[in-house]
Design a protein. Sequence first.
Length: 251
Amino acid sequence: MGRAPCCEKMGMKRGPWTHEEDQFLINYIHLYGHSNWRALPKHAGLLRCGKSCRLRWINYLRPDIKRGNFTPQEEQTIINLHEVLGNRWSAIAAKLPGRTDNEIKNVWHTHLKKRLNKNQNNGGDNKDINGTNETTHKDKESGIVDTTSLQQFANNITTFEISNSNKDDMMSYEDVSALVDESFWPDVVSVDNSSNNNEKKIEDWEGLLDMNNKRFSYDNPKLRSYDMEFWYDKLLNSSPSIEEFSDITQF
DNA sequence: AATGTAGCCAACCGCCAGCTG
DNA sequence: CCAGCTGGCGGTTGGCTACAT
């Protein structure tokens, strides 16, 4: 047997919260805040442990909690982020205002994971939640860059940096995340390479790389090299050719 | 109508990192 | 430097509900 649960040990109440308990907690936090969760229940007149109070507030009582079903957009965001972040629910929740890590975790386990497995079993590996085909990073025929793929690239880069870099040298996850918002990509999303002009393609990718390096690793040469390796690897199977890309990046 | 089963989700547990004295 | 405390996180549980038999 493991150690006894803290709440039980202290003779605290467990299980579902009553409306009255919720009101006690809300009233206390509105008046005094929650600087010390451990001391809070005693001062608020609750027979709960601090951990339980914190969880109840974070997952249910916070005023900015968004209730109700997840929208298809939110679900797609969770799937995309989970693909690159894994089970880092709090990091995923940070991208979905009003949603909690617990809620996202539940949605993932009860809906999204099953749905994805079903899609994959049906041969729908490249389909998104709406059942539409996901576009490739770069259309080999037209050379047109897709915005969804670019956003995915940004997410991949973030993860790559975190998993491969010396933490002392790198930007925090929050710093990087803050850069990847809706306004991040507009100066490259309209790239049009339909003219079959290789030079033009190279310039576009160079601009993309340059922007990426400026935004992600302006003061960080180590990250810059990681970025380059990542992009190099990602582009091996797409145009431009390896030689062309090597020229750009001076590998 | 009674019983069994599956799904959902709020809540709990244990671990870990960071802070503090 | 270290031990104890605290908040935060991801994994798991169990009670409730809906649906099937």
